[in-house]
Design a protein around this ligand. Structure first.
Ligand code: NAI
Ligand code: SF4
Length: 442
């Protein structure tokens, strides 16, 4: 059985309450950090752990914390990004629903380390049940002396607020989130300056994902070195994966980083193979913002080695991008799924969610959507694939925030790996439309 650091007690009845959470050892990390460690020592443990941001970018958390500016007399903030909206990603929602105190405990320790006296959990607006769960858990923690003034008699004060999000995917981008938290339209800011220098109300701010913050609890309980022993190479610790698509057992799994992808898909401990006895066709391993890979490339690297669930192994996908670990939204497609239709669907999403500030993203996502739509509905041309690649290249790297890249990569990678299927849509339009929608639509 794989080691569990975040979900070890997830099946204990009542674990969502403070009482049961404490019976399972909850809030030990708060006691240890506030009573026996200095804020710098907490940061040091997080650095030693090698924890990398679990929202998608994989940036080292301890390094991000150490970038936080500390000018005299200026407030500092910790903001938890719980605006989980990446298609195929539902692991933060799961954690907040079933074990909310893990997030709150992590928030207290992280806020202490960063010197924040006011912290926020910015939750996706649609997640009303989770907002209520968190508010209830915060009230419990406050009643027990873990929040508010003079926490556990240590002299440390912290107020923690839950803020419902603005209901837009872009509000999960950290600077758009900050704008939204300030009461404005969620438009991303140009970086630098990074939030660590000028974030919420222009003050130094750290924005961390839900899972990253919850991981602080085992790091402080067991020590950063112990945490770093789990995982592989620079991919330390465990990771929550939301597995979806054509799998026998979709759901949220906590894996040790370094698990072979093949084992994750096919073993009974995890996804139990492809549903209905079908063959695997492709996988999007880290939410819709990462390239799509055909089955052969998701199971083996370009060198023929087993591909692992790790930031490094998933970076080599025969496509020039960073890691494909992304947000951990693992979407499997069986042999019957249409890649053109899926690519159009993703692109439609990005076009809809583009904030419209920069032309390559605003216009480019629209053009890609139109071209993919005509391909999907049997009116495409053979030159459309080159046109799509050209548009995607003009978006990539030319926008204010990563939404532009996120829209470009799935299109370019789908054409790279599945060009035959795109061409088949052009040469056999009637058959393609009939396959997906029935003849009446042609
Ligand atoms: P990023 O790579 O620009 O930044 C990562 C983090 O490091 C940020 O917090 C940034 O402020 C910090 N950082 C980087 N360089 C820094 C420096 N020199 N000084 C101080 N701080 C620095 O990536 P970003 O925009 O935070 O995230 C993009 C990722 O988000 C994508 O890879 C995508 O997978 C993921 N994503 C996840 C979603 C979800 O629902 N979980 C939704 C949408 C995207
Ligand atoms: Fe807005 Fe798209 Fe530009 Fe991001 S890349 S700022 S979403 S227009």
């Amino acid at each position: 059985m794989a080691r569990k650091l975040l979900l070890e007690h997830i099946n204990v009845p009542g674990i969502n309450t403070l009482e049961v959470y404490r019976q399972q050892g909850g809030y030990r990390a708060v006691e240890k950090a506030l009573k026996t460690l200095t804020p710098d020592e907490v940061v040091e443990e997080v650095k030693k752990s090698g924890l990398r941001g679990r929202g998608g970018a994989g940036f080292p958390t301890g390094m991000k914390w150490s970038f936080l500016a500390k000018p005299e007399g200026v407030e500092r903030y910790l903001v938890c990004n719980a605006d989980e909206s990446e298609p195929g990603t539902f692991k933060d929602r799961y954690l907040m629903t079933y074990i909310p105190h893990a997030l709150i405990e992590g928030m207290i320790v992280a806020s202490f380390a960063l010197g924040a006296k006011t912290s926020y959990i910015y939750v996706r607006g649609e997640m009303m049940p989770q907002i209520r769960i968190l508010e209830k858990a915060i009230a419990e923690a406050k009643n027990a002396g873990f929040l508010g003034k003079n926490i556990l008699g240590t002299g440390y004060d912290l107020e923690l607020y839950v803020q419902p999000g603005g209901g837009a995917y872009i509000c999960g981008e950290e600077t758009a989130l900050i704008e939204s938290l300030e009461g404005k339209r969620g438009n991303p800011r140009i970086k630098p300056p990074f939030p660590a220098i000028a974030g919420l109300y222009n003050c130094p701010t750290v924005v961390n994902n839900v899972e990253s913050i919850a991981a602080i609890v085992p790091i402080i309980n067991d020590g950063g070195d112990e945490y770093a022993k789990v995982g592989i190479g620079r991919s330390t610790g465990t990771k929550l994966i939301s597995a979806g698509g054509n799998l026998n057992k979709p759901g949220v799994y906590e894996i040790e980083l370094g698990l072979p992808v093949e084992e994750f898909i096919y073993s009974d401990e995890y996804c139990g193979g492809i549903a209905n006895g079908k063959r695997l066709k492709a996988v999007v391993a880290g939410g819709s913002s990462v390239p799509i890979l055909p089955a052969n490339l998701i199971l083996k690297t370009l060198n023929g080695e087993s591909r692992l669930m790790s930031y490094e192994s998933l970076a080599d996908g025969g496509f020039a991008t960073g890691t494909m670990m992304g947000s951990g939204g693992f979407i499997a497609f069986d042999e019957d799924q249409c890649i053109v239709r899926n690519t159009w669907n993703f692109t439609r999403f990005y076009h809809h969610e583009s904030c419209g500030q920069c032309s390559p993203c605003r216009e480019g996502t629209g053009w890609m959507e139109k071209v993919l739509h005509r391909l999907e509905y049997g009116h495409g041309k053979l030159s459309d694939m080159d046109l799509l690649v050209d548009v995607s290249k003009k978006i990539e790297g030319n926008t204010i925030c990563p939404l532009g890249d996120a829209a470009a990569w799935p299109v370019a990678s789908a054409i790279r790996h599945f060009r035959d299927e795109f061409e088949w849509h052009v040469t056999n339009p009637q058959e393609a439309v009939q396959r997906n929608y029935g003849l009446a639509h042609y």
